[in-house]
Design a binder for this molecule. Structure first.
Ligand SMILES: [Zn+2]
Length: 119
């Protein structure tokens, strides 16, 4: 039984340096002559969900500058109001960063509304 290891972490977001395609790693395959490939699930220009496999060595971690999931809303008064991680099959609007998470703080009454970053 062989062991297969990869720098790629499933569930993390990567970018293919050759094409610029970005997506979440959903599968890893290991080929006979040492090439590891990672399948990235992303959204194409038409807003369609697609997945492509890339040579793992050509991928870089996608730095989006967005919040890391789980996304949280913390009221300045110290109460954590909400925590959210989009499921893998989240609606496209969530994946495109078009949805908002809202919460009212029970302690101070502040209303919070924050955009759910693209997943
Ligand atoms: Zn509060």
């Amino acid at each position: 039984m062989s062991r297969y290891e990869s720098e790629i972490k499933l569930g993390e977001r990567y970018r293919d340096t050759a094409t610029g395609f970005e997506g979440v790693a959903i599968a890893l395959t290991f080929w006979q002559h040492g090439c590891g490939r990672a399948t990235l699930k992303g959204i194409n220009r038409n807003g369609e969900v697609i997945d492509y496999a890339f040579d793992a060595a050509e991928l870089e971690v996608a730095k989006t500058g967005e919040a890391v999931f789980p996304m949280t809303i913390d009221c300045p008064c110290g109460i954590r109001l909400a925590e959210y991680t989009p499921p893998p099959d989240a609606p496209i609007a969530v994946r495109l960063g078009q949805c908002y998470m809202e919460a009212d703080c029970p302690a101070c009454g502040t209303h919070h509304r924050e955009r759910i970053p693209a997943s």
